[in-house]
Design a protein. Structure first.
Length: 593
């Protein structure tokens, strides 16, 4: 039975366009890891969707004099378009505004209540006198009482990353009209994190040996230094999932509580769409499943503390509420490889200042694989990184084009021209030929070692290092010169290089899927490395919503050295990448700000 891997990518708020920082922070690494695991023959389920109920959506709707539903649907459609164009292979990308998600989230709530991990309490909350309503956290900003940042939200500070007690915010102000709100009392349900703390701490300590330091610092470190306390999981809000308790009209489940449940509800929806309603259990109730959560560092507490706490608190009760005789607990996260932030030309990315490179806008002028490549070599895995248009240019021209693209194109073009489009018979390989192939084929282990540890930058660097080895081999053997004096020697060099290129195309496929598919066809293969994606309409009690679905091979084993043979017919090659003009650097910088 193939290994089972759940890949959960962060849910983007459906209130803003996705920029390159979002892409490299969560969405792209999830896809690279999913594609790699599919090539390994593993059973992969990659899920996510639009976070449709967050107050950022209602804030935008108020500003536009629109509705939250209209805002969510507009940005959701944009996400589907972007993910298709950039090659993100979600088995299901859905949204939290579906009857399926409502049902699953409400049952998780009821399971936690039944198991004694919730309590009711009154709290003071910011209230707008001018608008005559309680203000959700995202509607209130002020100065962080921990680090002094002036634009902290009342629930979390984006600068220091700490979860905040909103009532302690200094100089609070309403985002809607700038007025000063006042504190008034309201009743809510709380998740009793203090009662769950021992189990959460044990869960984190079991993963201490391989989790990233930044993730442990914001999870286990927080528990050991401050401890956990109850957090409200309902809010005075109309847009969202109603609290499934009689008498609680006008209150919804807090978005931070219900959005993470989307990883489970999306898997359940995927199973229903595929006509096998219980298939989700293979990923969520098999203790051998490895689940990976790809997020940015601002979401670490929600995925490393709160979501595990919810899962631990639910236990087997989710099955009980679904009327199942056989009851099993839900699988806890295996890894949360959160990334740091990407800045832009030395400054923090800011949508309000138009200081951002939006991914869809980028793809209107450039191809997707150069974007994927640069975001990977510059991925903020251990510290913040910086997008530089000058560096993007040099990485594209000096590495993608010069090191890899030219290598593949010149060898294929030379073979196509001089051997009538057929891979030549090499005769007996010499020591230098065998040595190159051994070096390259060892990459299936060395690249895999980095991939398994979710060190994607290092994995890509290793594959590109091997491409440089093939270039060195060709510099020495020079088949374009050999053919003039020893056609058989040239055939041997070309055959060896093609085998190496074929192997490298597999190693690079998770990072560069579009050009790897092209190269796969140029080399004469008729099958596809990956599957196709489609946007589909799905109807439920809340109406019709659109989803993105990946249709690919299950359990297909392709992570292995080249199987090319002499006599295989090639297809007419063409350049894989475009060399960019230096003028784009200044042109793109002019678009900022």
């Amino acid at each position: 039975m193939p290994e089972t891997v759940l890949i959960a990518a962060a849910w983007p708020y459906a209130n803003a366009e996705i920029h390159v920082g979002n892409m490299t922070g969560a969405y792209l690494p999830a896809d690279i890891f999913a594609r790699y695991n599919r090539l390994r023959g593993r059973r992969v389920l990659m899920v996510s969707g639009s976070d449709s109920h967050g107050t950022p959506i209602t804030v935008r709707a108020d500003a536009e004099k629109s509705t939250a539903k209209a805002v969510y649907e507009r940005f959701h459609e944009g996400f589907l378009d972007l993910f298709q164009k950039s090659g993100l292979t979600y088995d299901l990308f859905t949204s939290t505004h579906t009857s399926n998600h409502f049902d699953v989230a409400q049952k998780i709530f009821l399971a936690l209540e039944k198991n004694g991990f919730m309590y009711k309490d009154s709290q003071v909350q910011w209230y707008s006198v001018s608008q005559q309503r309680f203000l959700p956290d995202r509607y209130v900003e002020g100065t962080c009482y921990i680090c002094g940042y002036d634009n902290a939200r009342s629930d979390q500070c984006d600068k220091c990353g700490n979860l905040l007690d909103g009532t302690k915010l200094i100089n609070p102000r309403s985002k809607i009209d700038g007025s000063t709100p006042e504190l008034r009392e309201t009743e809510h349900y709380y998740l009793d994190l203090s009662k769950l703390q021992p189990q959460v701490a044990e869960f984190l300590k079991e993963r201490e040996s391989y989790w990233r330091p930044n993730v442990l610092r914001q999870s286990l470190g927080q528990i050991e230094s401050e401890g956990l306390r109850g957090r409200p999981i309902t809010r005075d809000l109309e847009w969202g999932i109603p609290v499934p308790i009689e008498g609680w009209d006008g209150k919804c489940l807090y978005v931070w509580f219900e959005a993470v449940i989307g990883y489970l509800s999306a898997a359940i929806e995927w199973a229903k769409i595929n006509g096998n309603p219980d298939a989700w259990r293979d990923w969520w109730q098999d203790p051998n499943t490895r689940s990976y959560y790809f997020i940015g560092k601002d979401n670490i507490p929600f995925h490393a503390i709160i979501w595990p706490a919810e899962l631990l608190g639910v236990g087997e009760t989710f099955d009980e509420l679904n009327g199942k005789a056989e009851r099993k607990p839900l699988v806890l996260p295996y890894d949360v490889p959160a990334n740091e932030f990407m800045n832009l030309e030395g400054q923090k990315i800011s949508g309000s200042r138009n200081w951002a490179v939006y991914a869809r806008d980028f793809l209107s002028r450039y191809d997707p694989d150069p974007l994927r490549y640069y975001l990977t070599v510059n991925m903020p895995e251990s510290k913040d990184s910086d997008w530089s248009w000058g560096e993007f240019l040099s990485r594209n021209n000096d590495e993608l084009v010069a090191t890899w693209g030219n290598l593949a194109n010149r060898v294929l073009s030379f073979t196509f021209k001089n051997w009538e489009g057929v891979i030549p018979e090499p005769g007996e390989l010499q020591a230098e030929d065998r040595e190159l192939l051994q070096k390259v084929e060892a990459g299936f282990d060395s690249v895999a070692k980095e991939m398994e540890a979710v060190r994607l930058r290092a994995a890509l660097a290793e594959a590109m290092r091997l491409a440089s080895e093939v270039n060195k081999y060709l510099d020495t053997s020079a088949p374009w010169k050999q053919i003039k004096v020893d056609r058989q020697a040239a055939a041997r060099s070309v055959y060896t290089a093609l085998r190496a290129i074929d192997s490298l195309s597999i190693m690079l496929a998770p990072f560069l899927p579009f050009t790897s598919e092209k190269l796969h066809r140029f080399l004469g293969y008729e099958d596809s490395l990956f599957g196709e994606q489609s946007v589909e309409a799905v109807g439920d009690e809340l109406g019709t919503h659109t989803v993105l679905r990946y249709h690919g091979q299950v359990g297909k084993l392709d992570w292995k050295p080249s199987q090319l043979k002499a006599g295989q017919r090639l297809n007419q090659p063409e350049p894989l990448f475009k060399k960019l003009d230096a003028s784009i650097v200044e042109e793109e910088r002019q678009r900022l700000g």
